[in-house]
Design a protein around this ligand. Structure first.
Ligand code: NAD
Ligand code: IPM
Ligand code: MN
Length: 359
């Protein structure tokens, strides 16, 4: 039976459209080879250029329009000219929050052939960071009092609800239990004496339901050091919104660079669409040159395949990326090559075809 997936595409700003185009090509190639999967892509022109014309980042009923789709595929948002806190809050963060995509899955895995600065005996990098994605430091709660006066005060309040904290931690325990991996919580209870003390308490409480899961708990500063010095000690990791943002760019730096790091914003109830995106931004420094690495966007397309239950295709796409990186003939400059974004996308599509025919 044929399955059709309706995907809303938001290419966004800078290198976003360049990399997303390649992800779509790879998805279409997989669908064509499969014969029973179909994708229907609908593109939305939202982003900073749209803002320049219309004074807003997306249509007023944008969230309603997106509701109709099975998933969202996003490039990147943000560009000089529009303040970042406006562009990101009115588009990316708005979608994550409106669709209660409270689980942010960010695999930090050193794929075969991917470049790394780490010595060979430290290259055991295969972790899944589960980042809380709906509240915490990103709750948007605060105030700006006495603005522009000498006595001005700004408040940015972290919001850690019982519901929000429990559900992300439970999700991480489930994942660790299901896959037989250890679970590490990263927090900062020594300094954040309300939010992170609460986080650590919930981590312990929920852990009682999962006696078989081996757990570790680190402070975020020490964890950052271990990420670099001994990444092999991490398997499944659960952490707050801001810490998850920071440590996954750190992880990306260890495992192939920002051009390779992917993320999935999941609404586990499936009440609303989930969103797939590279974790990098719009990279204004290289945009328009067709040299952005599309592998992060392609990896997030692989996560989309997994989400739809096509894990065989999710795996093949990753294998194809590994093949391209191992051969080292078609790579963008960030990985030491001189190929274009489209060349790399095409090489992955060809490798996908090759892998299917080999088996
Ligand atoms: P960035 O991720 O855009 O770029 C950081 C560095 O990594 C740059 O040197 C860039 O050239 C490089 N890089 C990123 N992606 C790459 C790729 N695919 N291939 C090769 N090199 C790549 O981060 P930034 O410069 O801090 O932010 C730029 C803009 O993007 C800002 O407006 C920021 O708010 C926004 N941003 C958006 C997202 C998102 O939409 N998800 C994520 C991060 C940053
Ligand atoms: C990411 C980005 C976003 C975040 C920004 C652009 C708001 O850095 O997806 O990692 O902090 O979540
Ligand atoms: Mn980030």
């Amino acid at each position: 039976m044929s399955t059709k997936h309706k995907i809303a595409v938001i290419p966004g700003d800078g290198i976003g459209p360049e990399v997303v185009e390649q992800g779509i090509s790879v998805l279409n190639k997989a669908a064509e080879l499969d014969g029973n999967i179909q994708f229907e892509f609908t593109s939305f022109p939202w982003g900073c250029e749209y803002y320049a014309k219309h004074g807003k980042m997306m249509d007023d009923d944008g969230i309603d329009q997106l509701k109709e789709f099975d998933a969202i595929y996003l490039g990147a948002v943000g560009y000089p000219g529009v303040p970042d806190h406006i562009s990101l809050w009115e588009l990316l963060l708005k979608i994550r929050k409106s669709f209660d995509q409270y689980v942010n899955l960010r695999p930090i895995t050193l794929l075969k052939g991917a470049p790394t600065l780490l010595k060979e005996d430290k290259q055991d990098i295969d972790m899944l960071v589960i980042r809380e994605n709906s509240e915490g430091e990103y709750a948007g709660a605060g105030d700006w009092l006495f603005k522009d006066k000498p006595e001005e005060v700004v408040l940015q309040t972290g919001v850690f609800s019982r519901k929000g904290t429990e559900r992300i931690i439970r999700h991480a325990y489930e994942e660790a239990w299901r896959s037989g991996r250890t679970l590490t919580s990263i927090s900062k209870g020594n300094a954040l004496n309300y939010s992170m003390v609460f986080w650590d308490q919930v981590f312990e409480e929920v852990g009682k339901e999962y006696p078989d899961v081996k757990t570790y708990s680190y402070l975020v500063d020490a964890a950052s050091m271990f990420f670099v010095q001994d990444p092999g000690r991490f398997e499944v990791v659960v952490t707050s919104n801001l810490f998850g943002d920071i440590i996954t760019d750190l992880g990306a730096g260890l495992a192939g660079g920002l051009g390779l790091a992917a993320g999935a914003n999941i609404n586990p109830t499936k009440e609303y669409p989930s969103m797939f995106e590279p974790i990098h931004g719009s990279a204004p420094d290289i945009s328009g040159k067709q040299i952005a690495n599309p592998l992060a966007a392609i990896w997030s397309a692989s996560q989309m395949m997994d989400f739809f239950g096509h894990e065989d295709w999710g795996r093949r796409i990753l294998q194809a990326m590994e093949q391209v990186m191992t051969e080292k003939e078609t790579l963008t400059p960030d990985m030491g090559g001189s190929s274009s974004t489209a060349d790399v996308g095409e090489a992955v599509s060809q490798a996908v075809e090759h892998i299917l025919k080999e088996v």
